[in-house]
Ligand binder design. Structure first.
Ligand code: C2O
Ligand code: CU
Ligand code: CU
Length: 478
């Protein structure tokens, strides 16, 4: 099994590729129309998350591995991914963060009939944006993602961007029993109404605490993706100063994160430039200290003994090329508001499909624990769900999200990237666009997007338990 997502191109080959890019630019027009064919089989498998000596864990896999294969696609080039379902329950694949046609979005009931056991479905789209994305099921999401189904999706820039290396860490959080098997109890009332199913083992590309070998003096692009069900992360690179280049696949103004901590909520991605300024032979831990008192070592940067590849560090990193996002029209924008309600200690009553929740325990018996604007949409998606709001195609929507609960929620919008304008009245710097916006307890965030993509789109919390227990809605672009 290959867990090393490092680009295998040598530096010389890489520079040759950069030099050749201009020459081949005219050929690319011809290439762009060829359909890139990929195959993914969803099936049970076995992996060793703690290395060769550790226990074997029964998981669900894409093409036999956890995480699934890294799909590297070209910006603008059509791709067809044939997905075969080898599970004995329905599944779908959702291409998280990709702005694609609604019918390819992978939401069961809403955008497609689910893929039945033994059946296949071909997803076809041409990714308009370069960047770091991921794919995961959107059927029985809590269980299927919790059993390992997740994979990285990289869309390469039309013109290559020069780094000494291109690394990817797909982070997964597992709740394991003592003998290394995935614990049952998915969707418990505790998880559903509180922080969600936070696990007890975090893996990087399917391995717990693997070493990351690096060379002194190199500048790598490191793509971080949090594919956890519920675990929030805040990564610190000891002895290093990461520079944020992109969030959720969308380039921003390069900046160092506040306190040097990279906050990654479930489903979020951050691309950083990392200058390897440590000494040859040195080791530097990467720590996740999001939860007070529960800091742990995620991985370690291990320098080889080779002398630095360049005598002086490179100067400030160049910004990544911006993606072709539509122009916001604030003068004619329509305003919509989403209020997040419920959870333990949240107060208030929830009105769900099953009537008033009243004062019963939230999340009981797979019921609703959360609501958006007073409505609880539970599960993974339904046919015939009334949209929360409608937008005219092409309209700019100013979306305010208000968190009335006592919990964190990474709110995710399908089919669009949101320009994040302000948080609790303070402007958000660095021109950030995100598909997953983290709301701290009681936060209010203002975003904007152009409703240029017709269809019924999901908007939900990406803590899988929260989504399943009602923190989800749909809006329609006509
Ligand atoms: Cu990655 Cu509806 O989600
Ligand atoms: Cu999504
Ligand atoms: Cu949530």
């Amino acid at each position: 099994m290959n867990h090393d997502f490092r680009c295998t191109m040598s530096r010389r080959a890489f520079l040759a590729a950069v030099a050749g890019a201009a020459a081949s630019a005219s050929m690319r027009g011809a290439h762009a129309s060829a359909v890139d064919e990929r195959q993914i089989k969803v099936a049970p498998g076995e992996v060793r998350l703690n290395g060769a000596g550790g226990p074997s864990t029964a998981v669900w896999t894409y093409n036999g591995t956890v995480p699934g294969p890294a799909l590297r696609l070209r910006q603008g080039q059509p791709v067809r991914v044939a997905v075969e379902n080898g599970l004995d329950e329905d599944t779908t694949v959702h291409w998280h963060g990709i702005r694609l046609p609604n019918a390819m979005d992978g939401v069961p009931g809403l955008t497609q009939t689910p893929i039945r056991p033994g059946e296949s479905f071909s997803y076809e789209f041409a990714p308009p944006d370069a960047g770091t994305f991921w794919y995961h099921p959107h059927a029985d999401s809590l269980v299927q993602i919790g059993r390992g189904l997740a994979g990285p999706l990289i869309v390469e820039e039309a013109e290559p961007v020069a780094f000494d290396g291109d690394l990817l860490w797909l982070l997964q959080d597992w709740r394991l029993t003592k003998d290394g098997q995935i614990a049952g109890g998915f969707g418990s009332m505790m998880d559903a109404s509180m922080s969600g199913r936070v696990g007890n083992l975090v893996t990087v590309n399917g391995q717990a605490q693997p070493d990351q070998s690096v060379r002194a003096g190199e500048r790598v692009r490191l793509r971080l993706a949090n594919a956890s069900l519920a675990r929030m992360m805040a990564l610190r690179f000891e002895g290093h100063r990461p520079v944020v280049l992109a969030i959720d696949g969308q380039p921003c103004d390069p900046h160092e994160p506040e306190d040097g901590r990279l906050v990654l909520a479930p489903a979020m991605r951050i691309d950083i430039a990392l200058d390897m300024q440590g000494d040859p032979g040195s080791r530097h831990d990467v720590i996740d200290d999001f939860y007070d008192g529960l800091a742990y070592r995620l991985t370690t940067l291990v320098y080889d003994n080779a002398s630095p590849i360049r005598p002086h560090p490179l100067s400030a990193p160049l910004a990544l090329p911006r993606n072709p996002l539509p122009e916001l029209d604030f003068a004619n924008a329509v305003h919509q508001e989403i209020v997040l309600q419920g959870g333990m200690m949240g107060g208030g009553k929830l009105k769900g499909a099953g009537g008033m929740m009243g004062m019963t325990m939230p999340g009981m018996n797979g019921g609703a624990a959360w609501a958006i604007n007073g409505m609880s949409m539970t599960g993974d998606g339904h046919a015939g769900m009334a949209p929360q709001f409608m937008l005219e195609r092409g309209a700019t929507c100013l979306l305010t999200m208000r968190n009335e609960t006592a919990w964190w929620h990474p709110m995710h919008v399908h089919g669009f990237s949101l320009s994040v304008l302000s948080r609790n009245g303070e402007p958000v710097p660095h021109r950030q666009w995100q598909d997953t916006v983290l709301l701290a307890p009681k936060d209010t965030v203002d975003c904007a997007f152009v409703a240029d993509n017709p269809g019924d789109w999901m908007l939900h919390c990406h803590v899988a338990d929260h989504q399943m227990a009602g923190l989800m809605t749909v809006f329609r672009v006509k």
